[in-house]
Design a binder for this molecule. Structure first.
Ligand SMILES: [Zn+2]
Length: 330
């Protein structure tokens, strides 16, 4: 099982901690998918593919029992996955039950304390400050990736794109929550990826010569870091993504890929700023694209967003490019 360390015993407080935090159920489900070789087709807070029966359509869900405050996993097909009490199989259970049943299914059952210990250690590794130093907006560093790393990242981005295209629930989510159409997902090869307990939208960044450079990832799950480049260190300069000049009117400069994809979904020209509101300079290539066109800078409705938009406007105006800041109020 590869425990980080042994615990003396499982206290009542430990059990309560496991039962009162949703993330333990998520950890247990992730491990069940891994152990049982099931592809987790799901979205945070939405329907789960049941790891315990051949579930084509996600029919499981994670919820909290309002009386006890315990987070539970339930399969709505009533497949009876929870066989911990063989006399009384059920379709609902907590993180400990999910983990123990998954292990039992592999033929190597684990005890109640072993399951608790694994969950507590895994939780510490994933979520504690010591286990994750990356609490900022992005987690870049200065490592230069190898050619093999970049090739692997490209293959993964292609798989992530194929996966997203095949999964209607994710496409619906992008359409309904982010105003991004399937046509735009297809055109820009947007992907979806789950890795190490995190869920990401994946944007493949190509350079001007058409070579794959990196994945830019933006979180689906709201956890920190909110975005990352992969492989690490693959980001060079200030790339922009996506870039679409099709359509009438000003080119919309958007802080973030998802907003730019939404504008492009309206058949308007847009450019996404991949470094969000930290990036005020634009590369000579992008400047040349914008020459002769007017620019609308989409400002997020907060101080950082407005400051970024104003600085970007000054940057473009100094270059002789007409730019207006557009603010959206809640
Ligand atoms: Zn099931």
């Amino acid at each position: 099982m590869g425990f980080n360390k042994r615990r003396q015993s499982i206290s009542e407080a430990d059990r309560n901690a496991i039962r009162s935090d949703r993330r333990f159920v998520e950890l247990a489900l992730d491990e069940a998918y891994r152990l049982l070789g099931v592809r987790p087709a799901d979205l945070s807070l939405e329907a789960r593919r049941c790891p315990f029966h051949g579930d084509d359509h996600p029919s499981g869900s994670v919820f909290t029992d309002y009386r006890s405050g315990t987070w539970l996993y339930k399969c709505h097909t009533e497949c009876g996955w929870n066989t911990l009490d063989p006399a009384k199989p059920g379709s609902t259970g907590d993180a400990i039950a999910v983990l123990r049943v998954a292990h039992a299914e592999t033929g190597q059952p684990i005890s109640f304390p072993e399951a608790c210990e694994w969950l507590l250690n895994e939780f510490e590794r994933r979520f504690s400050a010591a286990g994750s130093k990356s609490t900022g907006l992005t987690d870049n560093n200065a490592i230069t990736p190898s050619v093999e790393d970049i090739a692997a990242a490209k293959r993964q981005a292609i798989e992530a794109h194929e996966y997203l295209l095949s999964y209607q629930g994710l496409l619906d989510h992008l359409h309904d929550q982010r105003a991004i159409t399937k046509e735009v997902v297809d055109r820009f090869r947007v992907g979806y990826l789950e890795q190490s307990g995190r869920k990401w939208w994946v944007f493949p960044i190509y350079n001007d010569a058409g070579q794959f450079m990196a994945q830019k990832r933006h979180c689906v799950d709201g956890l920190a870091p909110k975005s990352q480049w992969y492989p690490r260190g693959a980001k060079l300069g200030n790339p922009v993504w996506p870039v679409s000049l099709e359509g009438e009117g000003p080119v919309w400069l958007c802080p973030g890929e998802l907003k730019a994809l939404a504008v492009i979904s309206l058949a308007l020209p847009a450019i996404g700023i991949t470094s969000g509101e930290k990036q005020v300079e634009l590369s000579p290539g992008v400047i040349s694209i914008l020459r002769g066109r007017s620019v609308a800078i989409a400002a997020d409705n907060d101080d950082t967003g407005r400051t970024w938009a104003r600085e970007m406007q000054q940057h473009l105006s100094a270059l002789g490019i007409e730019a207006r800041v557009v603010e959206f109020h809640a």
